[in-house]
Design a protein around this ligand. Structure first.
Ligand SMILES: [Zn+2]
Length: 238
């Protein structure tokens, strides 16, 4: 075989390896229950029939209105992962959630994908939102959820350095459901004791999930699963 041919084969093999590595890293970066470094929580082992319901993004007036009314009707508390830049636009919403006993976690400041950035960038994103939450009187939850569920090595380190826990998801919302009823049925069916559920209801565009919320809450109750905050769920860990 000529030297040129060998080089061509070698560089093709190297390119293929790089591609495989890139795909693997991409899959790992969005894995719900796996991290390369640090600790993540996607569910807990518990003997009690409890699940944590979490809401990502916002706060928005229409999201807070909707969740507060349905959660009050069911008499349950949930965990909200809020975006710092959106807290700045409507800081009073933080107090409205906190005063009702809901748990408020950190969902970064600018809600960008947190891979391939510097440690300082992650630290600032986390720190600014922590300061905003504390400034509005939210008790520290010690919880962080990465935007789009994306994390590799730097973000978990930055989260841990701030003394926070990274919270992922056990039951993801079925955004392809044909109706709010189907959405709710699928969420409720997948839930089991110790599950962490995620819903997006903060924006008017989240129509399906917004309509499904009361059905999810009543469905979980009918299955005998009590909705609690992530913090409460962690305290009930076996
Ligand atoms: Zn988000």
């Amino acid at each position: 075989m000529s030297r040129g041919r060998r080089l061509a084969i070698l560089s093709a093999a190297a390119a293929a390896l790089l591609l495989v590595a890139a795909i693997a890293l991409f899959q790992i970066s969005k894995a719900r229950c796996f991290t390369l470094t640090g600790e993540i929580v996607c569910r807990v082992e518990t003997d009690e029939p409890v699940v944590a319901l979490t809401f990502d993004d916002g706060p928005t007036p229409e999201g807070v209105e909707l969740t507060l009314s349905h959660l009050r009707r069911e008499g349950v508390k949930a965990t909200f992962f809020l975006i710092g830049s959106q807290i700045e636009q409507a800081p009073e919403l933080v107090g409205r959630l906190a005063v009702k006993g809901h748990e408020l976690g950190n969902h970064s400041y600018s809600h960008v994908r947190m891979v391939g950035r510097s440690f300082a960038f992650y630290d600032k994103e986390i720190g600014r939102t922590e300061a905003l939450l504390r400034g509005m009187g939210a008790p520290p939850s010690g919880l962080f959820r990465p935007p789009y569920g994306k994390k590799l090595v730097g973000l978990p380190r930055a989260v841990a350095a701030r003394g926070l826990r990274m919270v992922m998801i056990d039951v993801e919302e079925p955004i392809d459901a044909a109706s709010p009823r189907e959405y709710a049925d699928r969420m409720v069916r997948e839930a089991r004791p110790g599950s962490i559920l995620l819903m997006h209801v903060m924006y008017r565009g989240n129509g399906l999930a917004r309509e499904a919320l009361p059905l999810v809450l009543s469905g979980l109750r009918e299955r005998g699963l009590r909705v609690v905050t992530v913090g409460e769920l962690l305290r009930r860990q076996r």
